[in-house]
Design a protein around this ligand. Structure first.
Ligand SMILES: [Zn+2]
Length: 201
């Protein structure tokens, strides 16, 4: 018997408590119809007592809103109603380009880790073992888990890794900015209500 997250959305900005209770009641009836009663562990809104509200913040995405609800509710208690902007922002050309670059660097990093030699031996600087290249797939010592990259390769690897992390941060920042722009453009037109919490299951 655990707790599972439950939620549903209302396609408009509902602020009235009575109206919200009405939506919850309807949802509970639906859940009863679909899932049956199951002695109090139905894992749906039947095990949620009521609905409380927090309209102090207008969330900028569904996920952000859901996280807030789940962080502020508990099993055998009320679900939480919040408002959020429902905007879908298409991926821009700039983002696609960045994604492609990131993908390429990752594939380069992966290539660096592969053993391509089909003869000879590699020496592990960690444990001193002499390892047959035919038995190695990756440049990792099977005995001590140490890296088999040379010092020079390690440096290149670290540099590329730092580069890809920087690009990933840039990508996140661009997405956030595009989202903010879209929200500013739409205003409160696409604000919806999310009711979420924990059910007993
Ligand atoms: Zn080793």
């Amino acid at each position: 018997m655990g707790a599972c997250d439950v939620y549903f959305t209302i396609g408009k900005q509902v602020t009235s408590r009575a109206e919200l209770e009405g939506y919850l009641k309807k949802k509970q009836e639906q859940d009863r119809e679909y899932n049956g009663h199951q002695e109090g562990y139905s894992g749906d809104f039947q095990t949620v007592d009521g609905v409380k509200t927090d309209f102090s913040k207008l969330f900028t995405s569904f996920n952000e809103a859901l996280q807030h609800c789940l962080d502020n509710t508990e099993k055998w208690g009320d679900a939480l109603a919040v408002h959020y902007h429902d905007v879908s922002v298409p991926t821009s050309k700039q983002e696609l380009k960045l994604q492609e670059r990131i993908k390429n660097i990752y594939s380069g990093l992966e290539q660096m880790r592969l053993v391509k030699k089909t003869s000879g031996f590699s020496k592990c600087s960690g444990c001193g073992s002499r390892l047959a290249n035919t038995k190695l797939k990756r440049k990792v010592c099977p005995l001590c888990n140490g890296s088999l990259l040379t010092e020079r390769e390690e440096k290149t690897f670290a540099k590329k890794k730092a580069q890809v992390q920087e690009l990933e941060q840039k990508l996140v920042a661009i997405r956030k900015l595009n989202r903010e722009k879209a929200i500013a453009k739409l205003g409160v037109k696409n604000v919806k209500t999310l009711i979420a919490g924990w059910a007993a299951c």
